[in-house]
Structure formats: structure tokens, C-alpha cells
Design a protein around this ligand. Sequence first.
Ligand code: PEP
Ligand code: MG
Length: 886
Amino acid sequence: MTQYVYRFGGGVAEGSAEDKNLLGGKGANLAEMAAIGLPVPPGFTISTEMCTRYYDEGERFPESLIEEVKAGVAHIETVTGKQFGSAADPLLVSVRSGARVSMPGMMDTVLNLGLNDETVRGLAEISGDERFAWDSYRRFVQMYSDVVLGLDHDAFEDALEIMKEDNGFFLDTDMEASHWQALVAEYKTIVEAQWGKPFPQDVNDQLWGAVSAVFGSWQADRAKVYRKLNDIPGNWGTAVNVQAMVFGNMGDTSATGVAFTRNPSTGEHAYYGEWLINAQGEDVVAGIRTPQYLTKSAREQAGAKPLSMEEAMPETFAELARVFDLLEAHYRDMQDIEFTVERGQLWMLQTRSGKRTAKAALKIAVDMVAEKLISEQEAILRVDPMALDQLLHPTLDPDAKRDVLTTGLPASPGAASGKIVFDADSAERHNEMGEDVILVRVETSPEDIHGMHAARGILTARGGMTSHAAVVARGMGRPCVSGAGSLSIDNNAGTLTIGSRVMKAGDVLTIDGSTGEVMLGEVPTLQPELVGDFGTLMVWADGVRRLRVRTNAETPNDCAVAREFGAEGIGLCRTEHMFFDASRITAVRQMILAESEEGRREALAKLLPEQRSDFAEIFRVMAGLPVTIRLLDPPLHEFLPHSESEFADVAEAAGIGIEVLKRRSAELHEFNPMLGHRGCRLGVTYPEIYEVQARAIFEAACDVAEESGAAPIPEVMIPLVATRKELTLMKAVVDDVAAQVFAEKGRVLEYLVGTMIELPRAALMADNIAHDAEFFSFGTNDLTQTTLGVSRDDAARFLGQYVDKGIYPRDPFVSLDIEGVGQLIEIAVEKGRKTRSDIKLGICGEHGGDPASIAFCEAAGLDYVSASPYRVPIARLAAAQAALKS
Ligand code: PEP
Ligand code: MG
């Protein structure tokens, strides 16, 4: 027969911290604390398996459970010497939920269970405190009516307020025994009126009611929502913990508190917490009374008067401190603890690993290695890579007030405030005047780049996580909220409307690119602080990871930032992004719109020197590290001119009439530009474009080799290849130019030619393609788009619902669709290596900065991942964790 009840306390521990799945976190840790001899009030845990069975069998309990619970109660009675339901010396219990992972405040708790009209008198007698007994009883009736009977709790609050008013009292502490007794009578009348039956007097009925309520709370709406938000499966179920009550409200030698063994926001190795003298646990949490500081130094630092526990109860505090140290040494992690002192006796009610900020996580992990509590490898595994994001960008002051107008996609992390501007030029103008601005656009396009750079942050109404705005903003490290659908921008009126709120240019907004929140006014931010612990952990991480970490960058500044963050090369330099500059985009447009090779070459001649000097600068910054340069891959819709003035600029540059240009632009219009004339298709139709780009690369490489002696190793990458023939043709163009340049310069450099794998056909034909490719770089943005058949620019409108409905576990443009897209990568890796065993393999889609995707890359045996500069540290840590776990 399956055992459903597990006892603990009084020298018994039928479970341990290992049993979280069965006993829930709280139950497992209570058993563990009992096992190591800490003072835990005796009790028992009804397992999560029972919860699952309860729901499977139509919310009924099996006969066997009734016997097991009886034995559990008998265990508590034996240890405490009290009797459940006895009028002489009554046992009172708490009934609490406890799932595998903590779901704070989501599920139910009942305290003081076992009180009725008889036992309350026994409690008064035994405690010698009538007031305490009746106060406990009224708390119980109120809590039970709310949690178990589901009655309207306002009626109870009102009755208490009226009672206080009638007696001229302000505080609960003014109430005497007789008042609480009268209130209990009042409460019982309310119960009978609302519930239609008297308040249950049988203590066993009370217990089963509470157990059912706790199991029932697993399926409460709020618990379901919490589970969904935190990826907690619904079939896990909760355990129920029934435990002897201990009282922190038995006078001035009693107390209750919550504590962390280290500071959860700074990581400082100092006890951190709050306590209340003469109070029950919920008083601390509910904030009815202001809790006091635990330690003398914390109290003094805060300039508070009420005595700390260290001062008011020195002996008990010393014992508590001993328990803190013991628990930390035992669990080898910072603990979050609940305790109660009953008439000088300390009782431990809960312990668990404490939640902490990124800063604290780093400090605690590094400190614990120094304290020899954990190994360096454990320290690496203790820090959530994504949490590092908090340290790499300015964050909103958590204590600041915020007026949230709407929420869009958290497209690029960090927070920023500034005046609203609606176009890139204004952004630049205001920036030059020293003003902070937020660039607000329906969507961004390449000609907004200078404005995006000048702005503190970017807000768009349209576009997903891999939209132009999102990708560019992440690359630049600018906070960005994209796809905020409730934004309505009227460029003519110069207004931004969100719901009923209308703002105009110059009004101040704050955006949080880490949460997607858009707020009115300036919300203060905290600057990133790369403290020593951060660097230490990174060095350890680098020591264990196998995957190399590169960056996606195209400006010398971004390259420099990425190197500071530890990038070991460039995995993707998107050359079209180098043309965003206002002076160049006109030449690019001239090239695109040209009707003849001659026209294109004229435009390319303007671009060649600019490209050459850009590449040279990047080679200098990267100082001999590998640099993958991708030849032009412009989705045409991002580059064609739109406005009259843009057409006028191109007309002037090309010496052609505007009308001719407009006709040509109309001819180039595509219905599906993402699948249109882009990538190597451009190079196939206009080889002179790739020829000139290759020339710029090799000339720059030779120049830098000449001046520094450290020869750059360019890796020339051909985008959007579907067939080997495309690559064969383009590789020939590159190789020819290389040979020419080397002959001209009298110097031969090492270089590679490879391709992106970003189309399913390329993955499937990888063995064939590898004959011409010296490396593959998985362009998982396009590979996701083309495998799923979901446009990366339009996905935001519906993908959220897909994730809500569990169709995809996460946004597949953020975290790799391992089942589908991952399979194509595995196929390509295997086939590519079959043809060319030493083929270099990397990933340069946005997934290269996502820890779950990085773990996949480790397993798939890639050589490197490439992430945007601000994600490089995240990728380094994630790669180390992946290596340790594999
Ligand atoms: C990709 O498709 O994954 C990629 C890196 O290229 P881009 O985002 O520039 O299309
Ligand atoms: Mg691509």
C-alpha cells in the first residue's frame, strides 16, 4: 500500500531534503531539519502523490488516508503530550500547503486549528492567558471561514472594527479577553448566516476541511496563473503539512520572524531579517505592525528605535544565529528561514534556498567558494545567466513610483528615460543639445539608425523580438520596447496616444526594455556595476567551458564593448548595418536602384573606401581574433527609399530623375521581402556587389597586417544559401578578388569562406554544401522563420497566444525550437562533418545569447556561439553551465 503520510519531529524524520517532489519543499525541509536535530514542532506531511490521487478520484480521499492521518495526529500528540480536541490540554495545529517549488502566497494556510468552544477554555487554563486563548480562537474562526468555508472576509473585518469602535479602541492590543470572546460569538453568527450551518466544533471535521481546502487551492485560479507564469506543471500537486502550533504571541518572551542567512539584495554575509515580539507569523507578513530589525547593527544603520532581537532576546538570538550557520553549512546555500519563539523556546518553521538579486547571487557564490562551502564549479552553476542582464544595463530603481501606460515586448534590456521624439533627426538634434530622448516609432528602419544611436531608448508600436528595432537596439545596448500594440502615433499631429492618455513630443517617458513596461515621466535608474565577483565568476566559467563565445557587432565601438565583456571574435558582422549611416545609405540606395552594372559600380566605388576603413578598424580592435564578415544581405524593404527627400538624395547622387527612381523602386517592390531578392541572391544577380565587398575586406586585412604585424583572419560568409551552386559561384568571386588583392599587395593572408545555414534546404543539403564551405554559421533567425513558416517581422501579433496555449513552450525567436529547428541543425552538423571533418561550426542568430539554446549548441557539438555584445557574459556563463551539465 502506498504511504501517503510522512512524520517528522520528536526524533522522527520520515523524509529528507531530497524528497521535494514527494513532500513539497516545505515538508522536505521540515523533515531534513528534524533529522539534523533542529527544534521543529512535530507534524506530518501528506504527500503530493495524494494530491494527484485526490484529483484523479473526483476530489475524494481513500479510506487508508484516514487511518494514516490518525496515526500522524497520534505522533504529534505523543511528542507534545497534548490531545487533539481535549478540553484539558488541547493540541492545536497549523495546516499549510507546500509544493515542489515555492509559490509564495498562492495557496492556503490555516492556523490554530483544533479550537472550539471547549478547547478554548483548556488553552486559556494551560497558557494562563485567557486573552491569548480567545484571540487565537477568533483568528482561527476568521481564517477558517475565509480559507476553508470561502465566506466573505469583509464581514469579519467589519465586525472587528465595530467592536473596537464601540469600545473606543484603536489597536487590537487594546482588546481584552472578554472582547475577543464576544467577537468569537459575533463571528459564529456571521458564519451561520453566510454558510447556513454552525461553525464546525468537531476538531477532526476541522482538520479534513482544512486538508481539502489546501488540496483545493492547487486548482485555484491564482495558483493556475502563477504556475503558467513560472512554467510549473499542473500535475505536480501540492503536499499538505500538519504541524503542532507554536505561539509567538504568548507575551513578551515570545516572538516570530523571517530571516535570510545573508543579505538577499547585496549578498553581504550578515543575518538579514525582521521579527516581531508577541506576534503570530501572519502579523509580520501582513504588515499590520512594523517589524523590527534582527540585528543591532541593522537597527543602528537604519536609525530605528525599537530593539533588535539581538538586543531584546540575546540568548535566543545567539541560538538562532547558531541555527543559521548550521543550516547554511548543511544546505551549502543561503537560506530563507521562518521561526517562532514561544516563551523563550526557539522553533524552526521553515527553511529554503533564498531568492536573491543577481548581485547577491554573484557575491554569495564567490564568497562561499572562499569559505570552502562550495566548489568553483558549484558556484558557476549557482548563478542564473539571464540574471546577469540585471548587472549589464541600467535598471529602474525598484523603490521608485511608476505610472505604467502600457506593456510591449521586452526587446532590449535596460531602462531609459527621455523626452519623446518621433523621428531620428530630432533624436540626434536633441542629443546634441545634451537632452535625453526616447525615439518613438511605428517601426524602425535603417535610416533611423543615427536616431536610435542618439536616443536613450527606443519604443515601437510594431515589430517582434527580432524586428529591426529589436536586433539593432540589442546590438547597440540601447533599451527597447517593441510591438507595443496599444500605441497610436500621429506623426502629423505630433502625438502619441496610449489608451486615453495623449502625449506630445517633449513629454517624458520611461521604458524598461527588460519588462516591456512603458511609463509616464522619469523613473530613476541605477547604473550597472561590474563588481569584482562578477569578473571572478567569469574567469571560473571560462575555465570550464568548451564553446567559444563570439559577438555580433559591426561598429568598432560595439566590438570594443564586446571584447571588454570577453568576446573571442566576431561571429557576425552584418555589412548592411554598416551602411545605415546617413551619408552611406544614399549610396546603398543608388546601388540598389541602379539599372545597370555600370550604375551599380559607380555607387559601389563610393562605398569601397568607407567599407575598407570600417573593416580595418574592426580588425584593429579585434587584434588577430577571428572576424566573420557577412556579405550584403539586405531585405529590400528595409533599404528602399520612402520619403520624397530620400528619393531626392538618391536622385542627386546618381544624377537621375526622381521619376525614374520611383519607377525603379516600384519595380523592386516585393510582396514577401523576407523571402525575396536578398542574401546571396543579390550576389548571384549582381556579383559586382560581393566583389567590391570582398575587395574591401582583403585590402583592409592586408593594410592592418602591414601596420601591426598581426594578420587578421577574415572569415567571409555568404548569406541565405539554399544550394551548393550558389555558394560555388560566390566563393569563386571571393577567391578571385583575394588572389588579385594579394598579388597587388604582395602578401598572402589566411582566410576562410563559408556560409550561413539559415534555410531548411541548406541544412538538409549540408554535406553537399560543405564541399565549398569551410565553416557553417547557423542563422537561426531566418532558419526559425523558414522552418516554422512564421514571419519574424509579424510574429509578435500572434506568437504570444501560441505560447499561452502551449503550442510552443517559449517564443521560438527567443529560445530555439529544439525539436524542430534543432533537428535541422543536428542534421547539418552531422552532414557537414561527414564531408569536411574539421568544418568550423557556430551560431549567430539571436539564440546565440539564450542559455537554453546555448545548452543545445553544446550538446550539438558546435564550436562557438555568437551573441550581441551585452549578452556575451551571459553566453560565457551559460556555455560553462552547459559544459558542466553535459
Ligand atoms: C539569422 O538569420 O539568424 C541571422 C543571423 O541573420 P539576420 O538576422 O541578419 O537575417
Ligand atoms: Mg538571416
